[in-house]
Design a protein around this ligand. Structure first.
Ligand SMILES: *Cc1c(COP(=O)(O)O)cnc(C)c1O
Length: 358
Protein backbone atom coordinates (compact mmCIF):
# COMPACT_ATOMS: atom_id res chain seq x y z
CA UNK A 1 0.00 0.00 0.00
CA UNK A 2 1.23 3.49 -0.89
CA UNK A 3 0.17 5.88 1.87
CA UNK A 4 -0.34 9.62 1.67
CA UNK A 5 3.00 9.96 3.40
CA UNK A 6 5.89 7.71 4.29
CA UNK A 7 7.84 8.39 7.45
CA UNK A 8 11.51 9.04 6.72
CA UNK A 9 13.83 6.84 8.75
CA UNK A 10 17.54 7.68 8.85
CA UNK A 11 20.21 4.99 8.37
CA UNK A 12 20.05 2.80 11.45
CA UNK A 13 23.77 3.24 12.23
CA UNK A 14 23.23 6.97 12.50
CA UNK A 15 20.43 6.54 15.03
CA UNK A 16 22.59 3.98 16.87
CA UNK A 17 25.32 6.58 17.38
CA UNK A 18 22.85 8.52 19.54
CA UNK A 19 21.64 5.37 21.26
CA UNK A 20 25.20 4.62 22.33
CA UNK A 21 25.29 7.95 24.16
CA UNK A 22 22.02 7.12 25.89
CA UNK A 23 23.38 3.72 26.97
CA UNK A 24 26.52 5.36 28.34
CA UNK A 25 24.72 8.05 30.31
CA UNK A 26 21.59 6.10 31.24
CA UNK A 27 19.75 9.40 30.77
CA UNK A 28 16.62 8.38 28.87
CA UNK A 29 14.15 11.19 29.58
CA UNK A 30 13.66 14.30 31.79
CA UNK A 31 15.18 16.82 29.39
CA UNK A 32 18.54 15.10 28.84
CA UNK A 33 21.43 16.24 26.65
CA UNK A 34 19.84 15.11 23.36
CA UNK A 35 16.65 17.08 24.07
CA UNK A 36 18.78 20.10 24.96
CA UNK A 37 20.81 19.75 21.78
CA UNK A 38 17.72 19.39 19.60
CA UNK A 39 16.05 22.41 21.21
CA UNK A 40 19.11 24.50 20.59
CA UNK A 41 19.48 23.32 16.98
CA UNK A 42 15.82 23.91 16.26
CA UNK A 43 15.99 27.45 17.66
CA UNK A 44 18.90 28.10 15.35
CA UNK A 45 17.39 26.48 12.31
CA UNK A 46 14.04 28.20 12.69
CA UNK A 47 15.37 31.53 13.98
CA UNK A 48 13.12 31.68 17.06
CA UNK A 49 13.83 32.87 20.61
CA UNK A 50 12.24 30.30 22.93
CA UNK A 51 11.35 26.77 21.84
CA UNK A 52 10.37 23.97 24.20
CA UNK A 53 10.10 20.40 23.02
CA UNK A 54 6.96 18.63 24.17
CA UNK A 55 5.51 15.16 23.69
CA UNK A 56 3.16 16.01 20.81
CA UNK A 57 1.49 18.83 18.87
CA UNK A 58 -1.83 18.49 20.69
CA UNK A 59 -0.38 18.94 24.17
CA UNK A 60 1.53 21.91 22.70
CA UNK A 61 -1.81 23.56 21.90
CA UNK A 62 -3.19 22.71 25.33
CA UNK A 63 -0.12 24.16 27.08
CA UNK A 64 -0.41 27.32 24.97
CA UNK A 65 -4.07 27.79 25.95
CA UNK A 66 -3.19 27.20 29.62
CA UNK A 67 -0.15 29.46 29.63
CA UNK A 68 -2.19 32.35 28.21
CA UNK A 69 -4.96 31.76 30.80
CA UNK A 70 -7.57 31.61 28.07
CA UNK A 71 -11.23 31.11 28.85
CA UNK A 72 -14.61 31.72 27.23
CA UNK A 73 -14.58 31.79 23.43
CA UNK A 74 -11.67 31.18 21.10
CA UNK A 75 -12.09 32.08 17.44
CA UNK A 76 -10.61 29.30 15.33
CA UNK A 77 -10.61 27.82 11.85
CA UNK A 78 -12.90 24.98 10.78
CA UNK A 79 -10.42 23.83 8.12
CA UNK A 80 -7.88 21.83 10.09
CA UNK A 81 -7.23 18.52 11.76
CA UNK A 82 -9.51 17.76 14.72
CA UNK A 83 -6.63 18.27 17.19
CA UNK A 84 -6.98 22.04 16.82
CA UNK A 85 -10.57 22.26 17.99
CA UNK A 86 -10.27 19.33 20.39
CA UNK A 87 -7.54 21.14 22.36
CA UNK A 88 -9.80 24.18 22.73
CA UNK A 89 -12.67 22.10 24.06
CA UNK A 90 -10.37 19.97 26.25
CA UNK A 91 -9.18 23.18 27.91
CA UNK A 92 -12.80 24.13 28.68
CA UNK A 93 -13.05 26.90 26.10
CA UNK A 94 -15.70 27.29 23.43
CA UNK A 95 -14.61 27.23 19.78
CA UNK A 96 -16.18 29.86 17.52
CA UNK A 97 -15.57 29.10 13.86
CA UNK A 98 -14.40 31.75 11.45
CA UNK A 99 -14.68 30.70 7.80
CA UNK A 100 -11.59 30.46 5.58
CA UNK A 101 -10.31 32.27 2.50
CA UNK A 102 -10.80 30.50 -0.78
CA UNK A 103 -7.18 30.97 -1.92
CA UNK A 104 -5.05 30.22 1.16
CA UNK A 105 -7.51 27.97 3.03
CA UNK A 106 -6.52 29.89 6.17
CA UNK A 107 -8.84 31.87 8.44
CA UNK A 108 -10.44 34.82 6.60
CA UNK A 109 -9.39 37.93 8.56
CA UNK A 110 -12.29 39.96 7.18
CA UNK A 111 -14.70 37.64 9.01
CA UNK A 112 -13.04 37.71 12.43
CA UNK A 113 -14.31 40.97 13.90
CA UNK A 114 -18.01 40.19 13.59
CA UNK A 115 -17.41 37.04 15.71
CA UNK A 116 -15.79 38.86 18.63
CA UNK A 117 -17.96 39.09 21.76
CA UNK A 118 -17.19 40.09 25.36
CA UNK A 119 -16.40 36.40 25.98
CA UNK A 120 -13.71 36.15 23.30
CA UNK A 121 -10.23 35.64 24.74
CA UNK A 122 -8.15 34.61 21.73
CA UNK A 123 -7.79 33.79 18.06
CA UNK A 124 -6.36 30.38 17.13
CA UNK A 125 -5.70 30.11 13.39
CA UNK A 126 -3.81 27.36 11.55
CA UNK A 127 -1.14 27.82 8.86
CA UNK A 128 -2.90 25.05 7.00
CA UNK A 129 -0.76 22.97 4.55
CA UNK A 130 2.05 25.33 5.59
CA UNK A 131 0.43 28.39 3.97
CA UNK A 132 0.91 31.35 6.30
CA UNK A 133 -2.17 33.06 7.67
CA UNK A 134 -2.55 36.79 7.16
CA UNK A 135 -0.48 37.36 10.29
CA UNK A 136 -0.33 41.15 9.93
CA UNK A 137 -4.09 41.60 9.81
CA UNK A 138 -4.76 39.02 12.49
CA UNK A 139 -2.15 40.69 14.72
CA UNK A 140 -3.85 44.08 14.29
CA UNK A 141 -7.32 42.72 15.03
CA UNK A 142 -5.97 40.99 18.13
CA UNK A 143 -4.23 44.06 19.50
CA UNK A 144 -7.18 46.40 18.85
CA UNK A 145 -9.51 43.96 20.62
CA UNK A 146 -7.07 42.89 23.33
CA UNK A 147 -7.03 39.24 22.29
CA UNK A 148 -4.26 36.66 22.43
CA UNK A 149 -3.14 34.77 19.32
CA UNK A 150 -1.97 31.16 19.14
CA UNK A 151 -0.91 29.85 15.75
CA UNK A 152 -1.21 26.13 15.18
CA UNK A 153 1.86 25.70 13.00
CA UNK A 154 1.72 21.90 12.82
CA UNK A 155 2.29 22.06 9.03
CA UNK A 156 4.55 25.07 8.84
CA UNK A 157 8.01 23.75 9.72
CA UNK A 158 10.61 25.92 7.98
CA UNK A 159 8.07 28.28 6.39
CA UNK A 160 9.23 31.90 6.23
CA UNK A 161 7.57 35.22 5.59
CA UNK A 162 9.92 37.98 4.42
CA UNK A 163 12.82 35.82 5.55
CA UNK A 164 11.35 35.51 9.06
CA UNK A 165 10.02 32.26 10.52
CA UNK A 166 6.24 32.12 10.52
CA UNK A 167 6.57 30.95 14.14
CA UNK A 168 7.62 34.45 15.17
CA UNK A 169 4.04 35.73 14.97
CA UNK A 170 1.36 35.60 17.62
CA UNK A 171 1.82 35.10 21.36
CA UNK A 172 2.63 31.41 21.00
CA UNK A 173 3.09 29.12 18.00
CA UNK A 174 2.77 25.38 18.28
CA UNK A 175 4.12 22.65 16.06
CA UNK A 176 3.81 18.89 15.71
CA UNK A 177 6.74 16.55 15.09
CA UNK A 178 4.51 13.53 14.52
CA UNK A 179 5.79 10.82 12.18
CA UNK A 180 3.45 12.04 9.42
CA UNK A 181 4.81 15.58 9.45
CA UNK A 182 7.65 17.04 7.35
CA UNK A 183 10.10 17.11 10.28
CA UNK A 184 9.46 14.36 12.82
CA UNK A 185 10.68 12.91 16.09
CA UNK A 186 8.27 9.91 15.82
CA UNK A 187 5.95 11.62 18.33
CA UNK A 188 6.67 15.15 19.46
CA UNK A 189 6.05 18.81 19.10
CA UNK A 190 7.07 22.20 20.43
CA UNK A 191 5.79 25.48 21.79
CA UNK A 192 7.49 28.63 20.54
CA UNK A 193 7.29 32.14 21.94
CA UNK A 194 9.17 35.45 21.94
CA UNK A 195 8.03 36.17 25.46
CA UNK A 196 10.47 34.98 28.14
CA UNK A 197 7.86 35.07 30.92
CA UNK A 198 5.55 32.85 28.89
CA UNK A 199 8.47 30.55 28.12
CA UNK A 200 9.17 30.15 31.85
CA UNK A 201 5.53 29.34 32.48
CA UNK A 202 5.55 26.75 29.70
CA UNK A 203 8.76 25.30 31.08
CA UNK A 204 7.10 24.68 34.45
CA UNK A 205 3.84 23.43 32.97
CA UNK A 206 5.74 20.90 30.86
CA UNK A 207 7.07 19.03 33.91
CA UNK A 208 4.64 19.04 36.83
CA UNK A 209 5.12 22.69 37.78
CA UNK A 210 8.29 22.27 39.80
CA UNK A 211 12.05 22.51 39.58
CA UNK A 212 13.80 20.18 41.98
CA UNK A 213 12.17 20.76 45.36
CA UNK A 214 10.56 24.08 44.49
CA UNK A 215 6.89 23.70 43.56
CA UNK A 216 5.45 26.73 41.74
CA UNK A 217 2.23 25.75 40.01
CA UNK A 218 0.04 22.94 38.76
CA UNK A 219 1.73 21.30 35.83
CA UNK A 220 1.42 18.26 33.66
CA UNK A 221 3.79 15.79 32.02
CA UNK A 222 4.35 17.01 28.47
CA UNK A 223 7.97 15.94 28.18
CA UNK A 224 9.57 14.05 25.37
CA UNK A 225 12.38 11.49 25.62
CA UNK A 226 15.99 11.21 24.54
CA UNK A 227 15.00 8.52 22.03
CA UNK A 228 12.62 10.93 20.33
CA UNK A 229 15.16 13.75 20.37
CA UNK A 230 17.71 11.37 18.78
CA UNK A 231 15.37 10.85 15.81
CA UNK A 232 15.01 14.62 15.48
CA UNK A 233 18.79 15.11 15.53
CA UNK A 234 19.12 12.59 12.68
CA UNK A 235 16.38 14.22 10.62
CA UNK A 236 17.04 17.92 11.08
CA UNK A 237 20.16 18.20 8.85
CA UNK A 238 18.15 16.61 6.02
CA UNK A 239 15.24 19.06 6.04
CA UNK A 240 16.52 21.48 3.39
CA UNK A 241 17.04 18.53 1.06
CA UNK A 242 13.56 17.20 1.87
CA UNK A 243 11.99 20.53 0.99
CA UNK A 244 13.89 20.68 -2.33
CA UNK A 245 12.76 17.17 -3.19
CA UNK A 246 9.15 17.91 -2.29
CA UNK A 247 9.21 21.01 -4.43
CA UNK A 248 10.12 18.83 -7.41
CA UNK A 249 7.28 16.42 -6.56
CA UNK A 250 4.86 19.35 -6.33
CA UNK A 251 5.93 20.69 -9.75
CA UNK A 252 5.77 17.28 -11.37
CA UNK A 253 2.24 16.68 -10.10
CA UNK A 254 1.16 20.10 -11.35
CA UNK A 255 2.70 19.47 -14.75
CA UNK A 256 0.94 16.11 -15.05
CA UNK A 257 -2.43 17.31 -13.78
CA UNK A 258 -2.58 20.74 -15.39
CA UNK A 259 -5.10 19.86 -18.15
CA UNK A 260 -7.59 18.46 -15.66
CA UNK A 261 -10.52 20.26 -13.97
CA UNK A 262 -8.75 20.40 -10.60
CA UNK A 263 -7.87 23.39 -8.42
CA UNK A 264 -4.50 23.65 -6.70
CA UNK A 265 -3.73 26.12 -3.96
CA UNK A 266 -1.58 28.97 -5.22
CA UNK A 267 1.68 29.16 -3.32
CA UNK A 268 2.11 32.81 -2.29
CA UNK A 269 5.08 34.22 -4.23
CA UNK A 270 6.61 36.06 -1.30
CA UNK A 271 7.08 33.15 1.11
CA UNK A 272 9.57 30.37 1.62
CA UNK A 273 7.31 27.34 1.39
CA UNK A 274 7.95 23.80 2.71
CA UNK A 275 5.82 21.76 0.23
CA UNK A 276 4.56 19.64 3.10
CA UNK A 277 1.31 18.57 1.41
CA UNK A 278 -0.14 18.32 -2.08
CA UNK A 279 -3.87 19.02 -1.77
CA UNK A 280 -6.05 18.99 -4.89
CA UNK A 281 -9.64 20.22 -5.06
CA UNK A 282 -12.10 18.49 -7.35
CA UNK A 283 -15.34 19.96 -8.72
CA UNK A 284 -17.51 17.95 -6.37
CA UNK A 285 -17.43 15.44 -3.55
CA UNK A 286 -18.68 12.73 -5.93
CA UNK A 287 -15.80 13.32 -8.31
CA UNK A 288 -13.31 13.37 -5.43
CA UNK A 289 -14.70 10.07 -4.08
CA UNK A 290 -14.42 8.39 -7.49
CA UNK A 291 -10.77 9.41 -7.66
CA UNK A 292 -10.14 8.26 -4.09
CA UNK A 293 -11.71 4.86 -4.82
CA UNK A 294 -9.86 4.47 -8.11
CA UNK A 295 -6.53 5.11 -6.38
CA UNK A 296 -7.43 2.67 -3.61
CA UNK A 297 -8.09 -0.03 -6.23
CA UNK A 298 -4.41 0.39 -7.08
CA UNK A 299 -3.30 0.28 -3.43
CA UNK A 300 -2.76 4.04 -3.25
CA UNK A 301 -4.26 5.80 -0.28
CA UNK A 302 -4.96 9.52 -0.77
CA UNK A 303 -6.45 11.21 2.28
CA UNK A 304 -9.27 13.65 2.91
CA UNK A 305 -7.18 16.34 4.62
CA UNK A 306 -9.12 18.12 5.97
CA UNK A 307 -12.55 16.59 6.30
CA UNK A 308 -15.03 17.17 7.77
CA UNK A 309 -15.08 20.89 8.21
CA UNK A 310 -14.70 20.99 12.00
CA UNK A 311 -17.87 23.02 12.57
CA UNK A 312 -19.76 19.94 11.35
CA UNK A 313 -18.25 17.46 13.83
CA UNK A 314 -21.05 15.53 15.53
CA UNK A 315 -20.08 16.71 19.03
CA UNK A 316 -19.89 20.37 18.03
CA UNK A 317 -22.69 22.73 17.11
CA UNK A 318 -20.65 25.15 15.03
CA UNK A 319 -21.81 28.11 13.00
CA UNK A 320 -22.02 27.44 9.27
CA UNK A 321 -18.81 28.01 7.28
CA UNK A 322 -19.70 27.57 3.61
CA UNK A 323 -16.20 28.07 2.15
CA UNK A 324 -14.63 25.56 4.52
CA UNK A 325 -17.49 23.07 4.12
CA UNK A 326 -17.32 23.16 0.32
CA UNK A 327 -13.54 22.78 0.19
CA UNK A 328 -13.48 20.06 2.85
CA UNK A 329 -16.02 18.07 0.85
CA UNK A 330 -13.92 17.99 -2.36
CA UNK A 331 -10.29 17.96 -1.23
CA UNK A 332 -7.85 15.10 -1.45
CA UNK A 333 -4.19 15.12 -0.40
CA UNK A 334 -2.12 13.10 -2.84
CA UNK A 335 0.89 11.10 -1.63
CA UNK A 336 4.04 13.16 -1.05
CA UNK A 337 7.08 11.75 0.67
CA UNK A 338 10.84 11.83 0.43
CA UNK A 339 12.19 9.10 -1.76
CA UNK A 340 9.01 9.10 -3.88
CA UNK A 341 9.50 7.68 -7.36
CA UNK A 342 8.64 9.91 -10.36
CA UNK A 343 6.85 6.95 -11.92
CA UNK A 344 4.44 6.88 -9.01
CA UNK A 345 3.53 10.53 -9.54
CA UNK A 346 2.91 9.82 -13.21
CA UNK A 347 0.82 6.76 -12.37
CA UNK A 348 -1.32 8.65 -9.84
CA UNK A 349 -1.84 11.46 -12.33
CA UNK A 350 -2.90 8.99 -15.02
CA UNK A 351 -5.37 7.28 -12.71
CA UNK A 352 -6.92 10.65 -11.82
CA UNK A 353 -7.07 11.58 -15.48
CA UNK A 354 -8.86 8.29 -16.29
CA UNK A 355 -11.59 9.06 -13.76
CA UNK A 356 -12.07 12.68 -14.79
CA UNK A 357 -12.23 11.91 -18.51
CA UNK A 358 -14.93 9.30 -18.15
C1 LIG B 1 -0.96 16.82 13.33
C2 LIG B 1 -1.68 18.04 13.77
C3 LIG B 1 -1.83 18.38 15.12
C4 LIG B 1 -1.52 17.43 16.23
O1 LIG B 1 -0.25 17.01 16.34
P1 LIG B 1 0.09 15.64 17.13
O2 LIG B 1 1.58 15.75 17.27
O3 LIG B 1 -0.35 14.52 16.27
O4 LIG B 1 -0.59 15.69 18.45
C5 LIG B 1 -2.41 19.59 15.45
N1 LIG B 1 -2.86 20.43 14.49
C6 LIG B 1 -2.77 20.13 13.19
C7 LIG B 1 -3.26 21.12 12.20
C8 LIG B 1 -2.19 18.93 12.77
O5 LIG B 1 -2.14 18.61 11.47
Amino acid sequence: MINVTKTFLPPQEEYNEHLKKIWESHWVTNQGPLCEELESRLKNYLGVKNLLLVSNGTIALQLAIKALDLNGEIITTPFSYAATVNSIIWENCTPVFCDIEDKTFCMDPSKIESLITEKTSAILPVHVYGFPCDVERIGKIASVNNLKVIYDGAHAFGVKLNGNSVFNYGDISTISFHATKLFHTIEGGAVITDDDTLAEKLFLYRAFGHMDDDYYTVGINARTSEFHAAMGLCNLPRISGFIEERKKINLLYKENLKELPIDFPEIPYDIFYNYSYFPVFFRSETEMMSVKDKLLDDQISARRYFYPSLNLLPFIKGESCPVSEFNASRVLCLPVFNGMDEQLIIKISELISLVLHK
